[in-house]
Design a protein around this ligand. Structure first.
Ligand SMILES: Cc1cc2nc3c(=O)[nH]c(=O)nc-3n(C[C@H](O)[C@H](O)[C@H](O)COP(=O)(O)OP(=O)(O)OC[C@H]3O[C@@H](n4cnc5c(N)ncnc54)[C@H](O)[C@@H]3O)c2cc1C
Length: 416
């Protein structure tokens, strides 16, 4: 028999959980603090990323972080702050920046990404879904020999996992999209990747849920969890108190505070990123990640999006103009003919990536609470991994054998 389930958070992870739980016959209520139209799940680069097999916590990242720390226009920035949560997260992150962690994570990340991509392709076949999902792969473009060499190592890993990657020189790259006018030394083409327009899919998924009778409450934050005898007995919201058999906590970077309130010590930091959109004819038809400036470019439905920056400055809504300008500058370095209007820069959006210290999401239950499932910490891959996470959460709550081994995602895992 179906269970009553409350979902806290309506980003891609929350909506995906609602979709698969509802499909499995559970009675689902979803609460979101916003109105299902903004935040990381709406403004991201829309990549489905089997290519992103190396976790953020990898050797060399600490040195890079320190180097960038005092540059306000660098693609990776940690605002120096004496905060206990940041120090703890940083320590765990440093512990995870090892070859061993990378080796252990490659297959895990690849498997969950491929699984999720297949689920997106399944959505595409459903009658109420008609959204952009293109399988043109992802170009990783570079200019320096050093960066080419670094990326070649990831390519070796990718090929060893069976992913198809080709290399293009400068001319071949330019010929692939002649109108785009890219100037780069070359690119690796990860043919395994795909892309989409996040806002479009989010809207259709939300519509499908409400059509099927899932109650989705907007502007209705969950304010507290009533916790006794190892269980959540009630969920306090701005609409009053609700009860359920099971609760799913998937409120992105905001999940950590709520988990801590009932004694579950997950560690998350907000990785802020920005996106600029233009309706100019850019000639870009294949998603392209500019490796040096770390800008992700996506040809979306009706516009092109340019997303970038990883800024660890806490949970806040501030848009830092120097970082938006740095994205624009990074783009011009590769596409000299492309420039943004002041209005396009002023309209830049931001989103907060929920960063776990080891770069893997938390998916599963914690022994401290019998009826809470965590689904957060997806960092740079939350868009890609939304459907897989939703499916896994549904299997956990339905007490079915999970489609993937959940051990690497256990909220109790030791990072580092
Ligand atoms: C610039 C940028 C580019 C990116 N590009 C990609 C990409 O190409 N591919 C990829 O896979 N990933 C990408 N990501 C990462 C991806 O966007 C995130 O990992 C993903 O959106 C996280 O989804 P989520 O549902 O966990 O969290 P969110 O999208 O943050 O959703 C959390 C929701 O919880 C709600 N909430 C918060 N507190 C409460 C509360 N108390 N009660 C109820 N609701 C609450 C919020 O309102 C929000 O709607 C990118 C991110 C950024 C910033």
């Amino acid at each position: 028999m179906g269970k009553e389930v409350i979902i806290v958070g309506g980003g891609i992870v929350g909506l995906s959980c609602a979709y698969y739980l509802n499909k499995a016959g559970h009675q689902v209520r979803l609460f979101d603090a916003g109105n299902f139209s903004s935040g990381a799940s709406h403004m991201n680069a829309g990549y489905l990323t089997p290519s992103h097999i190396v976790p953020l916590a990898a050797p060399g990242m600490i040195q890079k972080g320190l180097r960038y720390m005092f540059h306000k226009d660098s693609p990776f920035y940690i605002q120096p702050r004496l905060r206990w949560d940041l120090l703890k997260w940083g320590w765990k992150f440093a512990q995870s920046c090892t070859e061993k962690h990378v080796e252990q994570s490659l297959q895990v990340i690849c498997d969950i990404n491929l699984f999720s991509k297949d689920l997106y392709l399944d959505f595409k076949k459903e009658k109420n879904f008609d959204f952009q999902l293109e399988t043109k792969g992802l170009l990783m473009a570079y200019n320096s020999a050093k960066v080419e060499q670094e990326e070649a190592q990831t390519v070796d890993h990718a090929r060893a996992l069976g992913l198809e990657v080709t290399q293009l020189d400068s001319k071949q790259l330019a010929a692939l999209q002649p109108k785009a006018g890219i100037r780069a030394a070359g690119a690796f083409h990860y043919l395994c990747d795909a892309h989409s327009t996040p806002g479009q899919f989010m809207q259709q998924l939300y519509q499908q849920l409400t059509n099927e009778g899932v109650e989705c409450f907007e502007n209705s934050p969950v304010t507290a969890l009533d916790f006794s005898k190892g269980k959540i007995s009630g969920v306090q919201t701005t609409r009053g108190k609700f009860t359920a058999d099971e609760v799913v906590l998937c409120s992105g970077v905001w999940s950590a505070r709520m988990a801590h309130s009932i004694g579950i010590p997950i560690s998350l930091q907000a990785g802020k990123g920005y996106a600029i959109a233009t309706q100019q004819h850019t000639g870009i038809s294949i998603p392209t990640l500019l490796i040096e400036p770390k800008v992700a470019i996506t040809p979306m439905e009706g516009f092109t999006r340019f997303a970038g920056t990883m800024e660890l400055s806490g949970i806040n809504k501030k848009i830092e103009p120097s970082r938006v300008a740095a994205i624009a500058k990074g783009v011009q370095g590769f596409y000299p003919q492309l420039s943004f209007s002041q209005n396009e820069l002023d309209q830049a959006q931001y989103g907060l990536r929920p960063l776990s210290p080891d770069g893997l999401p938390y998916i599963g239950k914690h022994p401290k609470c019998k009826n809470l499932t965590l689904a957060t910490g997806h960092a740079m891959m939350g868009w890609s991994l939304g459907p897989a996470t939703g499916k896994l959460v549904s299997e956990i709550i339905s007490e079915k054998k999970p489609s993937l081994d959940l051990a690497p995602f256990a909220p109790t895992r030791k990072t580092g």
